[in-house]
Ligand binder design. Structure first.
Ligand SMILES: Cc1cc2nc3c(=O)[nH]c(=O)nc-3n(C[C@H](O)[C@H](O)[C@H](O)COP(=O)(O)OP(=O)(O)OC[C@H]3O[C@@H](n4cnc5c(N)ncnc54)[C@H](O)[C@@H]3O)c2cc1C
Length: 462
């Protein structure tokens, strides 16, 4: 069966890969000249990479890890020590660590939390531990029910002091969805905490050893092509054309010059677009269908990814860091954490700037000035006083509509991969799967979508 897929982010590529494995012929059309969507990256004129986002892989990503295994590229994941490291705003230039010992879950997580005395007091740890009991015992059903509450409301409901937010969860919610705990759905935090506490290596982190388009997306493309599939860049989906019965007749895809479009026919059609551009392409005839109407409740959140090249090493930490800065979220010195970006003498900090709502429209210069002010608190020894480190160059990548904003109530807006249109399917991290807006969620949604397309085909053949 020939399946046309629009979008070559991780969801579209994963869908194509699993369709190819099942004996079908996927043909992927991507709008841009680069693979990967939100994991896309580019090289500057000096040959240095810059990325859409700083990306971390977790031990709690079973489908992603399986994909690496199936592609034979597991060694490209650079696993770091099992720790979470936070900057300490009250003691600039210092860190507080949660170190997970080599014990079964949840003992390793409990030991990591109990042995950290910098951030939470004992009464706070106890109140928080008691609050988590229902999530641990009742599992995902409880976690889904909590989608009615913001994380701050959930903490209040469980009499957990507000200070726990200030110390730990502002940083975590910014890292997970680029927004603060007053806005984020408690389902997001509880899902992450459940995975981190219930799986021994759930919170263990890895960096890819290079740029995602080359080191992760290209091997998926090679696999797809090896099975007779195709992947085309610079070919945006312009229009979904329908038959009289409302099924898809063809996808109108721009030609590679971008001037005119060609109608491409297939046995099944998949949108792997992010939710915002997909909404603009929903045909008039489908607009009253509940599954598509509910998409109005989903909208991408703005985020900014910043790259700073310095003339010297600012740190020797080979890990992700939670900045706990007002403007910044997580960051890493990629000259240490990522093999292909390695530099023995100079640092390249990659930082996520979030929440970015008030900054996405500002100039790169304003954003860099504000970032450098924040960095003085993180690296006072290098950025204040005599003999300061020099910023050699920078690159700012803005994504005004990134992953869907996971606010309370939005779980019910997320669509299934199967739609009421018999030959049309959806994939993308925003479609329903348990890993929310993440690379794991995108890969899983692609796999689920491929499964639905295959099932539909089998049922049609019977
Ligand atoms: C700054 C940042 C940091 C992140 N950090 C992490 C992290 O540490 N860990 C993690 O797990 N996740 C992280 N994520 C989230 C992760 O990147 C996404 O969840 C995932 O990559 C989404 O994949 P997707 O395929 O669903 O969507 P996308 O990657 O958005 O792919 C959609 C594709 O569709 C294409 N497209 C759009 N319109 C058309 C059209 N008309 N025709 C054809 N193609 C079209 C786009 O160009 C794109 O290639 C981060 C995201 C960002 C932005």
């Amino acid at each position: 069966m020939r399946v046309v897929i629009a979008g070559a982010g991780l969801a579209g590529l994963s869908c194509a890969k699993y369709l190819a494995d099942a004996g079908h012929t996927p043909v992927v059309y991507e709008a841009r000249d680069v693979l990967g969507g939100k994991v896309a990256a580019w090289k500057d004129k000096d040959g240095d990479w810059y990325e859409t986002g700083l990306h971390i892989f977790f031990g709690a990503y079973p489908n992603m890890l399986q994909l690496f295994g199936e592609l034979g590229i597991e060694e490209r994941l650079q696993w770091k020590s099992h720790s979470m490291i936070f900057n300490q705003p009250n003691e600039p230039g210092t860190y507080s660590r949660f170190d997970f010992p080599d014990l079964p879950a949840p003992l390793n997580g409990v030991a990591a939390i109990l042995s950290n005395n910098d951030m939470l007091t004992w009464p706070e740890k106890i109140a928080f531990g008691i609050g988590l009991v229902p999530a641990m015992l009742r599992g995902q059903n409880y976690v889904e029910d909590c989608d009615n509450y913001s994380w701050t409301d959930w903490l209040k409901l469980h009499n957990i002091p507000e200070r726990v937010n200030d110390e730990v969860f502002i940083a975590m919610s910014k890292a997970l969805n680029f927004i603060g705990p007053d806005e984020i759905s408690s389902t997001v935090l509880l899902t992450a905490l459940n995975r981190f506490l219930q799986e021994k290596n759930g919170s263990k982190m890895a960096f890819l050893d290079g740029a995602p388009p080359e080191r992760l997306c290209q091997p998926i493309v090679d696999h797809i092509k090896g099975f007779g599939g195709e992947v085309h860049l610079n070919r945006p989906l312009r229009k979904i054309n329908l038959n009289e019965d409302g099924t898809v007749k063809n996808f109108s895809i721009a030609n590679d010059k971008g001037q005119s479009a060609i109608d491409i026919e297939a046995d099944a059609y998949v949108s792997a677009l992010p939710v915002d551009p997909f909404k603009l392409l929903i045909p008039e005839q489908w607009k009253d269908l509940d599954i598509f109407k509910r998409l109005d409740g989903l909208k991408g959140v703005p985020v900014i990814n910043i790259h700073l090249w310095f003339d010297r090493k600012l740190t020797d930490i080979d890990h992700l860091l939670f900045s706990r800065s007002k403007l910044l979220s997580v960051y890493a010195d990629m000259s240490i954490t990522c093999k292909e970006y390695a530099d023995p003498d100079k640092s390249m900090l990659e930082l996520v700037f979030a929440p970015a709502k008030d900054w996405i429209g500002r100039s790169d210069e304003d954003i860099i000035d504000a970032t450098m002010e924040e960095l003085k608190k993180l690296f006072p020894m290098h950025l204040i006083g005599d003999n300061q480190a020099k910023l050699i160059k920078y690159k700012v990548v803005k994504t005004p509509l990134s992953v869907y904003k996971a606010v309370p109530g939005c779980q019910s807006f997320r669509p299934s991969q199967k739609t009421p249109i018999s030959n049309f399917f959806l994939t993308g991290d925003y479609t329903m799967q348990r890993y929310l807006a993440s690379m794991e969620g995108a890969v899983l949604s692609g796999k689920l979508c491929a499964g639905e397309v295959h099932k539909n085909h089998k049922e049609g053949v019977k």
